[in-house]
Design a protein around this ligand. Structure first.
Ligand code: DGL
Length: 268
């Protein structure tokens, strides 16, 4: 194992940076490549077949080019649809990001838990299985909020987040007959922790109290650290951020990417 063999984090856009931030705290010395399929963004509005084809195809080519020691699919939509398929075709260890229903169920006192993801994520059988295993006897209110992805992308590009737009994205969740008892919300899309303050403020306004927001990223980072434990880790250059989209758009994100330690920007 070469010490500079990278950990590859993959998402459709900037959402996976929330996983990278947690990874930096547990493995600050790990060489990282962050890859965003911006040409395919948003995954949440695509069919299962479209997401699976893009993710399997891109990760196969990326693994060949960069020889990563481990791949993290830092996207709930891609993971809940394509994790098993990617594991079938690649020999590289793969860590997925799947909705943190287990810790949320342990945390909730009222037994009413929200699951905020993309429309594609909330309808997956993977989520049915997590719910049956970890949240039986609880109420899981699933809500697809695709519009939050664009708001999070805009925020990292320096745009203001419109609170009315955030409220509209949460309206379907809060319209559920048991929403009054909601005390815990799973952020089942890696983009959503970028909007923690905005989401917390809208929930406070609607319910008059705080709702615990559960992000799976710290657990994902610990899993990556466990799987790479004992391996040599050393950078041979600056960490890279690659996009399948245009370089012009990617350059607009340069200040945000630099905050996550990604200083070499290129196109895949
Ligand atoms: N970040 C992705 C996720 O975790 C979704 C964003 C998209 O819709 O492409 O689900």
């Amino acid at each position: 194992m070469r010490a500079d063999s990278p950990i590859l984090l993959f998402d459709s856009g900037v959402g996976g940076l929330t996983v990278l931030a947690e990874l930096r705290t547990v493995l600050p010395e790990a060489p990282v490549i962050y890859a965003a399929d911006v040409a395919g963004l948003p995954y949440g509005a695509k069919t299962e077949a479209e997401v699976a084809a893009r993710v399997c195809g891109l990760l196969g080519r990326m693994a060949e080019r960069w020889q990563p020691r481990l791949i993290c699919i830092a996207c709930n939509t891609a993971s809940t649809i394509a994790l098993a398929m990617v594991r079938d075709v690649l020999e590289t260890p793969i860590v997925g990001t799947v909705p943190a229903i287990k810790p949320a169920a342990a945390l909730s006192r009222s037994g009413v838990i929200g699951l905020l993801g993309t429309q594609a994520t909330v309808r997956q059988g993977y989520v049915d299985r997590l719910e049956a295993e970890f949240a039986s006897g609880r109420t899981l209110i699933r809500h697809g909020a695709n519009g939050l992805v664009a708001l999070a992308e805009g925020k990292l590009r320096g745009e203001a987040v419109d609170p009315v737009a955030v409220r509209e994205e949460l309206a379907g969740l809060l319209a559920h007959p048991l929403a009054e008892r909601l005390d815990t919300l799973v952020l089942a899309c890696t983009h959503f922790p970028l909007l923690t303050e905005e989401l917390g403020a809208q929930l406070m306004e609607a319910l008059g109290r705080q709702v615990a927001l559960v992000d799976g990223a710290p657990g994902i980072a610990r899993r990556i650290a466990a799987l790479t434990s004992g391996q040599p880790l050393a950078r041979s250059g600056p960490d890279r951020a690659a996009t399948t989209g245009s370089m012009e758009d990617w350059q607009r994100l340069a200040p945000a990417l630099a905050r996550y330690g990604l200083e070499h920007l290129d196109r895949f």
